[in-house]
Design a protein around this ligand. Structure first.
Ligand SMILES: [Mg+2]
Length: 125
């Protein structure tokens, strides 16, 4: 399985990438929403996007809207928001735009594993 990790902070991309690798995912990453769209074009087989909200160039919300509007990616991949934007209005807005789950920063491996299970992605702990 393949995960796209999207975050403007390299330290987060590295930490999350390590966790996803441990859970059996191949990973590709992006530092903003525009790069993430490019990665989706290059890797249409991505199973899950781990998505930050606050990023320069294109934020995670705008990426999510663009992703779900792409006919070839409309129903998949799963999208898990990984963000400090955890107010209820923000969460509802992201879920309405097609996010599948929400992880609050700071995260750990158990939290990530639990959310992957919730969205139906089989992975090994
Ligand atoms: Mg950020």
């Amino acid at each position: 399985m393949k995960a796209l990790i999207v975050d403007d902070a390299k330290v987060v991309r590295v930490a999350l990438g390590r966790i996803m690798n441990q859970l059996g995912f191949e990973t590709v990453d992006a530092a903003d929403g525009q790069q993430a769209l490019d990665q989706m074009a290059a890797h249409p087989d991505v199973d899950v996007v781990m998505l930050d909200w606050n990023m320069p160039v294109m934020n995670g919300y705008d990426f999510l809207v663009a992703l779900r509007a792409m006919p070839e990616h409309g129903s998949n991949p799963k999208v898990i928001m990984v963000t400090t934007e955890t107010g209820m209005p923000q969460m509802l807005k992201a879920l309405a735009a097609g996010a599948d789950e929400y992880v609050m920063k700071p995260f750990d491996k158990d939290m990530i594993f639990g959310k992957l299970q919730l969205v139906g992605l089989e992975c090994s702990e």
